[in-house]
Design a protein around this ligand. Structure first.
Ligand code: ADP
Length: 277
């Protein structure tokens, strides 16, 4: 059997950069302590790509995401979204967090939760209604629109959070370990939901996870981070067929090779390995 080498990612030639992270560095300072969380991160995400970021716990994934979302100032370097430097939460971006329980307002119905950011965006009422309806249909929750979050399972609540992000029609969807708190079956269903929404809507997705299988299953590229202070250890191209399903894709020999490769990288990262500079 011949094996295709697994290597540094060649970005799709056609994709124009949606997101450009250049020399990003973040040092936390306070109470007499200095923590260099992110040392030097440079990568791009092409328009319409689905890219996953993996790295060991404490690698600076959340820090990176907060800098990209404009919620945290970087110490040096810059984040450029669609040609504009990010200096605060950019209008074309939506974020889905891990903590679905805390990200939904408990006193609002599902529909009201999904509609809220559209009201803030001053979308006219009829248009809001259409966007909310479509987003809830897309995540299979049309029937639950008058329910309150506490009446839904964890997986359904996370679907509401995804619907809220999708209804906003973001150009870039950031997902921060969004399925870490749901059971394995729900997680598989939600992974497939993300892939189908990505394909259908053509949105650019940056998905952060510490789950190696999830990263390989979802992404076209996996960016592996070193341990903190963080740099990019490797960008891995996921050359699996675009049509993916949990059974077939995960049993492909290539899936096992890619998974093994990323696993090795993450193990190296945990033991403090850094790329030669
Ligand atoms: P990850 O999301 O990959 O687990 P984080 O971005 O949460 O990593 O953290 C990266 C590093 O930065 C860790 O060493 C963490 O302790 C440190 N860190 C994160 N937030 C702060 C903060 N507000 N102040 C000081 N250090 C922080």
């Amino acid at each position: 059997m011949t094996t295709t080498p697994i290597g540094a990612a060649a970005r799709p030639e056609t994709a124009t950069a949606m997101l450009d992270v250049r020399g990003l560095k973040k040092v936390y300072e306070g109470r007499g302590r200095t923590v260099e969380a992110v040392r030097d991160l440079t990568f791009t995400v092409g328009s319409g790509e689905l890219v996953c970021i993996v790295g060991p716990s404490g690698a600076g994934k959340t820090t990176l995401l907060r800098c990209i979302a404009g919620l945290l100032d970087c110490t040096s370097g810059e984040v450029v979204l669609e040609g504009e430097k990010v200096t605060g939460p950019p209008p074309g971006m939506a974020v889905v967090f891990q903590e679905y329980g805390r990200s939904l307002f408990p006193w609002m119905t599902v529909r009201q939760n999904v509609e809220l950011p559209l009201k803030e965006k001053k979308v006219p009422k009829a248009e809001r209604r259409r966007l909310v309806q479509e987003a809830l249909e897309a995540v299979g929750l049309s029937e639950a629109q008058d329910a309150h979050p506490f009446q839904l399972s964890g997986g359904m609540q996370q679907r509401v959070a995804i619907a809220r992000a999708v209804a906003y029609e973001p150009h870039l969807l950031l997902m921060d370990e969004p399925f870490a708190a749901v059971d394995a079956q729900t997680r598989a269903d939600l992974e497939d939901l993300v892939r189908s929404l990505w394909k259908r809507l053509g949105v650019t997705v940056l998905f952060v996870t510490h789950d190696i299988d999830e990263a390989v299953y979802l992404g076209r590229r996996v960016i592996v981070l070193s341990s903190s202070p963080t740099v990019v250890l490797e960008e891995v191209t996921v050359d699996l067929p675009d049509e993916r399903d949990q059974l077939t894709t995960r049993s492909l020999p290539r899936f096992a090779e890619l998974r093994g490769h990323v696993y090795e990288l993450v193990q190296q990262a945990k033991s403090g390995h850094r790329p030669a500079s």
